[in-house]
Design a protein around this ligand. Sequence first.
Ligand code: 13P
Ligand code: SF4
Length: 318
Amino acid sequence: MKDRNRIEEEIKRLKKQKNAVILAHNYQLPEVQDIADFTGDSLSLSQEAAKTQADMIVFCGVHFMAETASIISPDKKVLIPDEKAGCSLADTINAEQLKKWKEENPDSVVVSYVNTTAEVKALSDYCCTSANAVQIVNSVPVEKGILFLPDMFLGAYVAKVTGRKIHIWPGECHVHAGIRKQDLDEMQNSHPDAEMIIHPECGCTTNLMYQATNGSSINGNGHVKFLSTGGMIKHVKESPLREFIIATETGMLYPLRKGNPDKIFHPARENAVCKYMKMITLSKVLRSLEEDIFEVRVPIHTALKAKRSIDRMLEVTN
Ligand code: 13P
Ligand code: SF4
């Protein structure tokens, strides 16, 4: 504990000295979330980064998130405390693969989920998040074909809701794909009064979203919501309900419990843990500030093109 206090004090001192801000994703370790200036979902953190007067951003999350912060704030130095903190979903498609897919489907509009590299965003027409994917696809003229990537579960849901013919990249996140309908059925039986909250990347999603869209009840009390991690925090805070089943990475339970001590939360699956997110530790955050490592900088020509896909998303949703 003494060691942890010392590390925290040192982080605070260096943060002030270097005019740095610490951003932490909702899946980060509790002690990392506690030391952060802002916690949130992938996009809201980058938007927060753009607003601050800080010279330096220490991004406690995975690599594509730090890249997104750098794209939005090219004048700031962006650091990630562990350069190996990647994302299995973002890794399912690279720029070469996307170029080839586009050549095979000329005239199609490319809609990319935010979990993609800067190079892939630069080749995309629109970026989207789980919260606005339906809205973005609906904004594309009906005569246009759509290439949706990289998450197949989110893509299948969007195709179902919009009725659009969408080509979907067969990518998945290993953590979310591991949460199956059977897990939710078991949880529902054990906690019949709980509302189920599901991240749309879950392996159970296509089936459950299909049922929800068609009006059938998914769990005993008929309560089910599909939300991004930021959406989960907002929804739970405002909900009159007391008990929730959370179908996403288990780090999410920490901010939910911290912000709502009177409510009860159950993870849909105990072992839904993202090893990349957990690579960031307090000691690595300290080392990052001490040594200015590891810098994430997106080349300017890629950043400008990638930013266009994010700006186009914001134009549709704002
Ligand atoms: P959010 O944008 O909902 O925070 O999700 C990011 C992510 O990596 C989900 O696994
Ligand atoms: Fe990527 Fe999945 Fe980890 Fe999210 S939980 S950062 S999608 S590997």
